[in-house]
Design a protein. Sequence first.
Length: 318
Amino acid sequence: MIKDIFKYFISFALVIMAANVAFAAADKPDFKYGKPSKEELAMTQLDKDPAATAAVLFKTCNVSYDFNINDGLNVVYEYQTRVKIFKPEGVKYGTVAIEYHDNGDGLMVVNDQVLGLEAITFNSEGGKEKKSKMKDSAIKKTSLGNNLVKLEFTAPDLKEGSVVDFKYRIKSARLTELRTWQQQEEIPVNYSRLELGMIEFFPFAVTQNGSNSVLTGSKPNSITYVVKEQYESKSISVKVMDLTYTTAYLPALSSADKNAYNAEVFTLSKPFLPWVIKREADSGRTQNWNDRSGGYYSRQFTDDVDKKLEALTAEKLK
């Protein structure tokens, strides 16, 4: 009798788990840029908020570190968002503003770069899909002071029923800070995902503002940076912690909640500041790299790369 009850309980639990997995899989959108589904084009309202004038169907950000001998080490943010407009009042959400650091002198060591900005609007007309790509003339820059710039763009051909896809990258050498990932918006967000590859030299403490974000993945990894010189190449393997934060649904921010949005905020906890990945064995010189917080950090890169990294890493962990 007890065994039968136990078997029944286990079977029931497995059914519930399978149902939850299926529900999660069904709620997860297709992230392929420029490929909204027929269902997304046909949507007339958001089931969880029928009164919404527009909604973010998904927003994603991937944060990684890129190194090359010319630019040094940079943080790269890759953003992608899909917005659905349900009512004429929601057309304004096809206009997007991006703030970044730029003091106007054109020097990469002190400025961020916005790269690969694209926006496409999709409309259904006569049962057929119409696609309109944004032109460069739709992009405008405004100085906000204090070395901050606002880049603003409006997707083309916006109307009730439109689906808007946009994407861009921000390349930044501001190594001692990470951009806050704001998941919640003035309109509902149906799905949000942040992927962060945190390298060992810059361990950030992650503070969750709000209670809806979920750490759904945490996995140790590594990345190899290759340093090419005139006659040879060297490689360094760096430890990485891959973190993923997802949220299935966030309601629109109310006027009273403007400063209480769900977000991930990053604080550098114990920096192990580098960073020379350039071998100067013959001259014994050390190459300096500048991060945009204003400090210069350097390390001599010798033949004995692996042993040196192991020793430095052990010292960092004390």
